[in-house]
Design a protein around this ligand. Structure first.
Ligand code: CA
Length: 249
């Protein structure tokens, strides 16, 4: 059973979500504004692991969803966040990812899609926690991609950390998962569709722009010049290719 926090001020929508998540076997808490969400996730009596995922609406009274996500990440609270954005506002999607959301869904959404997205985030989290637990007592030969170093950068998948030039950057769950997928396929072209399937666990026809936004963010972390990437290359019309050690020019 997972603990899910819903942050949504539209009571009927929050209730419907709660009802359906509970029917799926999750335990659910609902709050109607960002301040209360931050209190539950970061307040003095908050337990860092009290929630396994947060469904966070952007449009909230007081602090909006972007501000809430940004405060969570600034406080090193990396609970997976599924952000609900307004349809037809792609700038919100970018803003959402920039503030630290792991995934987004435009409103109005189909409930099965939301459940699938949330399930994807929860699966990843569980998987990550298992890999954290197993990295404390590593089984021989089971160390694949716990950490990966390339070109002066090191990614620690257990801690979700990227170390570059003496700086440590905290990655969100899905940033780390996307990097892991690209690294596994080093040198090969990976399509957006396969990324959606393998990383997000989504098989339905979905907007792939989310992936492009993630790539933009990852480039900011790992490229010397994000405008001229040498590690995360775009393959026009298809997807992306990761190159660990670019040839010297
Ligand atoms: Ca709202």
């Amino acid at each position: 059973m997972s603990h899910v926090l819903i942050v949504e001020d539209e009571a009927h929508l929050a209730k419907g979500l709660q009802y359906n998540l509970e029917a799926e076997g999750h335990s659910v808490a609902v709050v109607g504004d960002g301040e209360r969400a931050l209190e539950l996730l970061l307040g003095k009596s908050a337990k860092p692991t009290a929630f396994d995922a947060v469904v966070l609406d952007v449009m909230l009274p007081g602090k909006d969803g972007f501000a809430v996500a940004a405060e969570l990440r600034a406080a090193k609270q990396y609970v997976p966040v599924l952000m609900l954005t307004a349809r037809g506002r792609p700038e919100d999607v970018l803003k959402g990812f920039a503030s630290g959301a792991d995934d987004y869904l435009p409103k109005p959404f189909e409930l099965p899609i939301l459940l699938a997205r949330l399930q994807g985030l929860l699966r990843r989290r569980e998987w990550m926690q298992q890999s954290l637990a197993s990295s404390a007592a590593p089984a021989a030969g089971n160390q694949e991609y716990e950490a990966f170093s390339f070109h002066g950068r090191t990614i620690d998948f257990g801690k979700l950390e990227l170390r570059v030039n003496g700086n440590t950057i905290q990655l969100t769950l899905m940033e780390a998962e996307l990097l892991r997928h690209l690294i596994r396929n080093e040198g090969r072209v990976v399509s957006r569709k396969s990324i959606l399937e393998e990383v997000w666990g989504l098989h339905e026809d979905t907007d792939t722009r989310a992936i492009d936004n993630f790539i933009v963010r990852l480039r900011r972390y790992i490229e010397d010049n994000p405008a001229e990437p040498r590690h995360l290359l775009t393959v026009r019309g298809v997807g992306y290719r990761f190159v660990a050690e670019p040839e010297k020019e």
